[in-house]
Design a binder for this molecule. Structure first.
Ligand SMILES: [Zn+2]
Length: 355
């Protein structure tokens, strides 16, 4: 089974939920309400798979909630007042959501103009007008430019929430006019526990998926649901076949490219690290510190990897290691990735078979 990418773009207003790893960020947001000083524009950013969008939507609902003076210390908006009911129905007259969908991947100037006009209207229910743009980096250059004036001179009681996974893709002029709200996971325990409960997988598998997902819980869940352990074993068999000359690099590269998120590259990286580690242990060394820190290490002492490692001099493994790092750093475009992956697999196959 292939891994499905979890997108943050489909909205079901009824099932929005706060995840256990978001409590800190949620309270940081509530503090804006507490202080009565909500910035007119917030750039809510962090890597994909952290559920930034859901957090933003829930906060938007709580800002608009009629009862929120009483529920300010609670975890969510009241969900029962007329404002919350309108919000849940997706028809709140003071709220607008701009986003991409399956077919349209950009946010265009016409959509932004509509929002600018919406913000200039008087408020329908009285509290504030609120707009969520998700993901903000999907705005075309002209769309972003048409938002600038509103960011510079925002109408009273308007709040713009820009949700963004790659702030570097936003024009600096937009970034500098928003207050930055960075989302970072410092304590992984709540995410770990949630992943265990939601997926029903073993702690080792959860840890592996989370590391492979670079600590983004929703991405990790996608991996677990796709049975990442099975994918791992399947790809490792390919890797082993290449080493013994029983598979063609080009064919395997073609197959691996169907996996999203560069999963094969991440796996190869973890295997090389484990193989180099095995060499260090055989040589009686404690291991390369750099490598130890980056290791996934879930599959340490994997028999297949140990056997491969014993056949190949460490020096040659470092050659593969450098190549994988290059791909992780520079292999962004898909065309580039195909060539890079083929070349990596050819190099691996040569290195593993040379005597
Ligand atoms: Zn409410």
């Amino acid at each position: 089974m292939a891994v499905k990418n979890k997108t943050e773009s489909q909205v079901n207003y009824h099932t929005l939920q706060l995840y256990p790893w978001q409590l800190n960020d949620w309270h940081r947001l509530l503090r804006y309400q507490d202080s009565g000083k909500i910035p007119h524009a917030l750039l809510i950013n962090g890597k994909a798979g952290l559920a930034k969008f859901e957090l933003t939507m829930l906060w938007a609902k709580s800002v608009l909630c009629d009862a929120n003076a009483e529920t300010i210390n609670a975890n969510t908006a009241c969900n029962h007042c007329p404002s919350c009911e309108l919000f849940n129905a997706g028809t709140h007259p003071d709220f607008k959501l701009l986003q991409t969908n399956e077919d349209v991947k950009t946010i265009k100037i016409d959509q932004v103009r509509e929002v600018v006009e919406f913000l200039s209207l008087t408020r329908a229910r009285g509290k504030a007008r609120l707009v969520v743009i998700n993901p903000a980096e999907a705005m075309t250059v002209s769309a972003a430019n048409s938002l600038l004036k509103t960011l510079e001179e925002p109408p009273e009681n308007t709040i713009l929430l820009l949700v963004c996974s790659n702030p570097g893709f936003l024009p600096a002029t937009i970034r500098s006019r928003c207050q930055n709200f960075a989302i970072k996971l410092t304590d992984m325990q709540p995410a770990r526990q949630w992943l265990s409960e939601t997926s029903g997988k073993s702690p080792d598998e959860v840890e592996f998926a989370l590391k492979l997902a670079e600590n983004a819980p929703l991405t990790g869940l996608g991996y677990l649901e796709a049975d990442i352990a099975q994918i791992h074993d399947d790809l490792l068999t390919d890797w082993q076949m290449l080493a013994s000359g029983k598979a063609k690099s080009v064919k395997i590269a073609e197959k691996w490219l169907k996996q999203p998120d560069n999963i094969p590259i991440k796996l190869v990286y973890s295997w090389i690290v484990d193989m180099i580690r095995h060499h260090s242990i055989l040589a009686g060394n404690s291991g390369d510190r750099d490598i130890e820190q980056n290791a996934l290490l879930y599959y340490k002492d994997n028999i297949i990897l140990n056997e491969l490692a014993e056949r190949i001099p460490a020096k040659r493994l470092y050659g593969i290691y450098d190549k994988v790092l290059d791909i992780i750093r520079f292999g962004h475009t898909s065309l580039n990735m195909q060539l890079q992956l083929e070349s990596l697999l050819i190099q691996w196959s040569l290195v593993a078979q040379s005597r």
